[in-house]
Every structure is written in structure tokens, then in C-alpha cells.
Design a protein around this ligand. Sequence first.
Ligand SMILES: Nc1nc2c(c(=O)[nH]1)N[C@H]1C(S)=C(S)[C@@H](COP(=O)(O)OP(=O)(O)OC[C@H]3O[C@@H](n4cnc5c(=O)[nH]c(N)nc54)[C@H](O)[C@@H]3O)O[C@H]1N2
Ligand SMILES: Nc1nc2c(c(=O)[nH]1)N[C@H]1C(S)=C(S)[C@@H](COP(=O)(O)OP(=O)(O)OC[C@H]3O[C@@H](n4cnc5c(=O)[nH]c(N)nc54)[C@H](O)[C@@H]3O)O[C@H]1N2
Ligand SMILES: [Mo]
Length: 765
Amino acid sequence: MANVAPPLKKSHAAGGWGALRSCGKHLLKSGSALTGAMTLLKANQSDGFDCPGCAWGDPEHGSSFEFCENGVKAVSWEATARRATPAFFAQHTVSELRGWTDYALENVGRLTEPMRYDAKTDRYLPVSWDEAFAEIGAELRALASPDEAEFYTSGRASNEAAFLYQLFARAYGTNNFPDCSNMCHEASGVGLTQSLGVGKGTVLLEDFERADAIIVIGQNPGTNHPRMLGDLRRAAQRGARVAVLNPVRERGLERFADPQAKIEMLRGGSTSIATHYFQPKLGGDMAAIRGVAKIVLMRDAEARAAGEPGLLDDAFIAQHTTGLDAWRAEVEATSWGQIEDQSGLTFDEIQTLAEVYLGAERVIATWAMGVTQHRHSVITVREITNLLLLRGHVGREGAGLCPVRGHSNVQGDRTVGINENAPEWFLAALEREFGVAVPREPGHNVLHAIHAMTEGRARAFIGLGGNFARATPDTELVAEALRRCRLTVQIATKPNLGHMAVGEVAFLLPCLGRTEIDRDAAGKSQIVTVEDSMSMVHGSGGINKPASPHLKSEIAIIAGMAAATVGSERIDWAGFAADYDRIRDAIARVIPGFEDYNVRVRRPRGFRLRNAAAEREWNTPSGKAEFSAAPLPAEIEHQQARRRKSAYVLQTFRSHDQYNTTIYGMDDRYRGVYGERRVVFAHPDDIAAMGATPNARVDVVGLHEDGRTRVAEDFRLVAYDIPRGCVAGYYPELNAVVPFSEAGDLSDTPLSKSVMVTFRPREAA
Ligand SMILES: Nc1nc2c(c(=O)[nH]1)N[C@H]1C(S)=C(S)[C@@H](COP(=O)(O)OP(=O)(O)OC[C@H]3O[C@@H](n4cnc5c(=O)[nH]c(N)nc54)[C@H](O)[C@@H]3O)O[C@H]1N2
Ligand SMILES: Nc1nc2c(c(=O)[nH]1)N[C@H]1C(S)=C(S)[C@@H](COP(=O)(O)OP(=O)(O)OC[C@H]3O[C@@H](n4cnc5c(=O)[nH]c(N)nc54)[C@H](O)[C@@H]3O)O[C@H]1N2
Ligand SMILES: [Mo]
């Protein structure tokens, strides 16, 4: 692809001095470089706070602190000197602010006081905490049914906040818990639970030191999990193979200079990360993995026929699994024509990947949104699991499955009960512990909540962090749905566009961030706890002075609303808010695995929650690990797109300068984009086929047919190394064309990486 400008000069690795320069820039921009730098020294240290950036694990023997460029951005974003004060809100109507961008709104700075929307003046005005709680309580009690309220969680909330939040909602009477994970790793949870009985990854960070092959699927760690690159780099340096499946050539996965590695930095060196880079078409991973399995099974049969030992782990399969024969039959029935066409990879490429797999004694597979945001994501996760089961790569040192989580505590929130369909043992334990009745009827996930609000079945929305209006599909429709609500309550650190989609009665409640000191009534600082992608639970205590004296912790805000809504006869909400140890003691009594919570979490690295599958105990109906025998989908989006005129499949991903809906800056350094976000990456031949030239401006038009027109206006076409028929652009801008009426099978996750679109030239001005 000689005609495509590479995003960076060949010699430029990801990370390195560019990352350090960028760190400095973001600290300065935040307006409090000193606090920022001090704060960083405490990130992911045993006596500091958990980095709010991502959910990658922390090393056991990290003598120096583990930070990364994007952790710096996340931390300095919170430690900014700017403030969104009542004076700011007095100057701008909410209607006016609705015309701002999230970038501009968050840049105003940290919220300082609780605010209530005043419809007469169309402004947010200050309100006292007590008034806010009382009114929220009265509004919730006035609903026809508790099921008319939606309790949204964004995955930054601590275990303690999340546990109290679900207790509040359930004591009030609903299981409506739309959660950011519904848009994120839901398919991993569902798929792994079906296959292994546990919806979480089976590996520890230490396993990365022992693996011979690591297969990284649908993930861009250079941007989204930069500390993971350090572990991949060390693996590559000791000779492990790192095979990447990604339609886009991501710079961070090709070469990486670790800002933590002093010698490499001084010599200007870098390490190649990926030893093998495959570029499947969007959604093609299941077919690719099936192809690998087909070769493995074929080679195994050949070996046995020749009287040699087979290539499968027969003992493991016999003792620990069920369903191999049915899957084998499916694999044999799948044609190479379909595998090559659906995956977008050639037989030779798939064979190379099979050799990486077969050449390793210990294999880890990791994945993220490139796997989970398609229609067939659950069966793709299960296909990956099938492949690892074949040679016993689950429940063994240096091997296993590793869905790399997004938000820093999204996994923990689920563990402590943010689940619209929680298991009976959990609900029964809550009733035992608190003496309240909790509902059994399954509640709403994100898509259910949107439908319910749109149809008027839900009338109240409470947001524990996040940016519901912008993270969800069909941006306008969701903003409208929020505006139709009687009550909206947003608990947040900074203003965002979602907060401007106000219900009739609306509150914006400012909370402490994770980097800030949270004092109890006696003035003692309190810690909260989080769980990372490796199921490690550890403490997090802030060190910065709070952004304003009027802030409350998320826990205190939840307790205040709960007391005003359900009363404190049965549950001592104020007591929980006064001493988080009490919440942890309650969690320890309700959820197995949290015994001695308060003691164990104060140990340097915290503790690991037991993962039964990692110990080869299978909590599935059969009591074994279950091979899935799903056929490949008959046709996936890129195959359909080829049959339709001028249709393309679009994936919406993250730039290097953003955290989900939070935009830190307008650059995407590794992809060579500067000062803009409205771009679409496409193959040069596709750009030509559109009758356009690189850099032409286009509108992106959604092709999903449900009666809604979907257009995202004014994007620049960027020629890029990406398979034909597949295009890419940034979320959240492109959520305008992601349909809310379609979702992953069994996961209900929006199809953010499988959007059917076409392009319309912008009228020449
Ligand atoms: N700095 C920063 N860190 C973050 C976040 C952030 O926004 N900024 N977000 C956090 C959250 S909530 C999450 S969930 C994670 C997200 O982490 P990622 O999953 O890495 O996020 P995306 O940017 O969506 O990247 C998806 C990657 O998958 C590839 N991909 C897309 N479709 C396919 C496909 O069909 N097959 C394959 N094989 N690859 C595909 C894309 O090219 C891209 O490289 O990161 C977390 N960490
Ligand atoms: N098209 C498309 N859509 C997607 C995705 C995609 O890849 N493509 N990814 C999906 C994924 S993986 C996810 S996880 C969701 C993310 O969805 P969300 O979690 O809802 O969104 P965020 O952008 O992470 O939320 C940012 C806001 O959180 C608030 N905030 C920040 N820190 C704190 C805090 O400490 N406490 C509180 N209370 N509030 C805080 C701030 O006000 C900030 O504006 O988006 C999903 N949407
Ligand atoms: Mo996520």
C-alpha cells in the first residue's frame, strides 16, 4: 500500500519521548502541574489511588510507580484547576450549553456545588444537598412503580459506591441497572459464563511472564491499556510470540518504547511488539479462529494416523470438557471458502496463526471491543475459548483467557451487584443481611432503558457517573428520551452534554474524584476498593485536596438519596457513609470471596477473588468446560455490504486523546491525525470507488432500516491501511449513526464495530 501515508515515520515507535512530551503538555494544560505530578507518584501504588484510566493489573514488584501517558491524562483531567461554578451556570442557559461540545463543557472544569435545573430561567441554579435529596426522594416515591426508574452506572464507581447504589435501587424496588458494561464487555461475560462458568478472565499478570504465545484480538492497548504494552514488550523481548488480529495496523502494537525503561529511552530504541500481524475484516475473528481450529484438528488427525502422538490435550479434554465432537463436526462442515471470505484472511495467514498456536506450550488470548461489539460476539468469545480448550490452555500457568476490561472498576461493579438479572443467591443474601424485600423480576439493561424512556415506561434516570446520552447509540434519540423524563439526576465530576438533557426536574450533583482525599466525620481519610481485569481487589485512597468544599463522595450522595427515598429504619445509610469499613463488612457477609475484606484489602496488593475456572472447577450445567458448537453466521456485515451498492461496514473506536466520551485533545498521534476528530479511515481503493479523493469531505449516512434517518455530518476521508469494505472513525461523534434498534445476540450490546453506512459527498460550498 505504497500510496498510503504511514501514520508515523517508520522509526517512530509508540510510547517513548512523544508520550513523555504529551504527559508534560497535559499536566500544564490542566493548570495544576505540581498537584498533577505529585498525584501521579501515587497512582497504582499500594498507599495511593487506583488510576482511573484503565483496568489493567498492577505488578507485584513494581519498585517504581507504574504510570502511562494516558493515565497522566486521566489523572490531570481530574486534578485540573478549572471550576464549573454556579457563576458559570448563571451565565449560560442549558439550551445554549446543549450547543457546546463535550470537550468544551468538560473544559469548564470541576463542578463545585449541587445544582438544580430551573425551567423558568432555563438555568442550573445552586441548591442545598438536603433540599436536593428530599426532592429526589419525593419524586422517586411519587412514581407509579419503582420500575419507572433507571439506575445507570459508569464503571469508575468503587465497589463500595456500587454496592450501596444497587442496595438503594433494590430496597426501593427495582432491578433496572443499565450499566456501561452493557455497551462494553457484556459478550465476554455471557460467553465465558456459558463456556467456563465464570464471566471473567482466568489469567494473572504473572502469566504474561510465562506465556510463549499471546494472541491479541480486537484491542488497541497502545492507546487504551498502555501499561499492558509493557507486559507485551517484556514477553516479546524474551522471545514469546505476540500475534495480533486487528483490521487496522495500530502503531502501538507494532513498536513500543516504554517510557519506564530508562536505557531504551536514552538510546532511542524500541521493541517490536507484534511478531505476527493479521488484518481480518470487521467481525471476521470467529471465522479466523475457526480456520485455526480446522488446521489444528487436521494436523492432529494426521499425526494420529501416522502413529504419532496427537496434538490435543486428550487428558484435559476427557476430564474437564464436554461437547468437542459436536464442535469438531461444525468445524469440519465449515468450508475454507467461507472461512477466508468471512475472516478476510488467506489460508496461508490462518495457517501461520495456527503454527503460532501449535508452537506454544502456553497460550494467552486477550481481547476487547473489536471482539465484543458485533452481533455474533458471544459466539466469537466462545470460539476463542474453544481454541484454547483444545490444548488445555485454561487453568494452567502462563496460559488462559483475558478479556481486557475498560473502565477501571467495571468488573468490580458487576461483582458487587450491578446486574439487572442478579443470581438468586445474591438477592437472597441481600434480604438476609438487610431485612428488606428485594425484587426478583429482571430489570433493564442499557438498550431496555432507552426503549423504556422513549416509550414513556421509564420516567426517572439516575446516573452514577458516565455520559449516558453520548455513550449510547442514536445520540439525538437518547437525549430526547432523557428530556422526556420527569426526573434526571446526574452524579458527576465535570459537566458534560448528557447533563444538558434535563428532565422536568433535574439535578447535577458534584462528587469527589478518585484522586481526592475523602474524610469521614472524624476527619480520618477513607479508602474505597476496586477490582482489576485479573480479579485483584485493592484499596484506593485519594491524596489531593477536594476540588471544592461542597463536594460529597459518591457514597455519601447515594446514602443521602437512599435515606430520603426508602428511609433509614432497616438500613443505616448515614452509618455506611460515615465509615466505609461497614459497607465492606456487609459485602463480606453477602458475597463469597470477600471474607476479611477490610483486613485483606489493606495489604499492599490487596487480594485476588477466586476464579473457579482458573482452578479447573467448572460451574456450568454439565460441571465441565463446554465447547460451543455454533455455526459461523451465514453472512456478516462486510459480506452484506459487498452485495449492496456503496455500502461499507464502519467501526467506531477511540483516538489516542480521549477517554470514552471525554475528549482530552484533538490529536490521534499514532494514527497521524492532528487537530481534528471528524475523520473516516478508509482503504484508498474504496475512496476511489466512492468517486472521491483522499481528504474529501463527506457525510456518513446510516443504512440500518428502521424508519429513522441517521446522518453524521462533515467528515474527512483519510486513506489508511485497512481492509477493503471496512472503514473506521471515532466514537462518540459517530454514535449518531449507530442504531439503538440492533444489538448483539445474547449480549444486547450496540453494534458499535458493525455499523452499515454509506457516504454522501458534501456539497461544494
Ligand atoms: N486512554 C483511554 N483508555 C481507555 C479508554 C479510552 O477511551 N481511552 N476506554 C476504556 C474502555 S471503557 C474500554 S472498553 C477499553 C477499550 O479498549 P479497546 O477495545 O482497545 O478500544 P477501541 O478504541 O474501541 O479499539 C478497538 C480496537 O479493535 C479493533 N477492531 C475493531 N473491530 C474489530 C474486529 O472486528 N476484529 C478485530 N480483530 N479488531 C477489531 C480496532 O481497530 C481497534 O484497534 O479501553 C479503556 N481504556
Ligand atoms: N460508538 C461507540 N459507542 C460506545 C463505545 C464504542 O466503542 N463505540 N464504547 C462503549 C464503552 S466500552 C463504554 S464503557 C461506554 C462508556 O460510557 P460511560 O461510562 O457512560 O462514559 P464516560 O465517557 O466514561 O463518562 C464520562 C463522564 O463521567 C464523569 N466522571 C468522570 N469521573 C467520574 C467520577 O469519578 N465519578 C463520577 N460520578 N463521575 C465521573 C464525568 O462527568 C465524565 O463526563 O461507552 C460505550 N459507547
Ligand atoms: Mo468499556
